[in-house]
Design a protein around this ligand. Sequence first.
Ligand SMILES: [Cu+2]
Length: 162
Amino acid sequence: MHARFALIALVAPLALSGCGDPAPSYVDQAWVRLSPNKDTPSAGYFVVHGGDAGVQLRGVMTDYALRVEMHESLTKDGMTTMERIDQVDVPAKGEVAFAPGGKHLMIWGVNDTAISRGKMQMTFLMGNGDRLLVDAVIRKPEGSAAAASPVAGGDATDNAAH
Ligand SMILES: [Cu+2]
């Protein structure tokens, strides 16, 4: 009996130490705003979490589109422009949101199969060598009826808002 108690006493500290493993970085809330027009890129958004150590996001790939780039929208003197970014620092225990009006993915040529499935898998390349596979929900342009709406130049406005 004493031996059994001793065993438990030895095991418990090991189990507790498991809680001290560094929390990994991860990505969630991934979604794609599908462009209403096949000739213009769609936009992708997500939140990347740094985990205990912090990490760099170095790029995003997918088999379900022709090309993906990371961009950042900047407003200067009332003009909104965007530029490509190669990497993003994600602080330890922090997060970086790719969201409308700021950082975003531009996605060219979203695959029809992915569109009909309503989601596409993306691979996030991290600076520590991790590759995070995440399913992004594909949202079609607000109501197909929007196509018939009288808002001329809606597409251009949409793109600027990326
Ligand atoms: Cu862009």
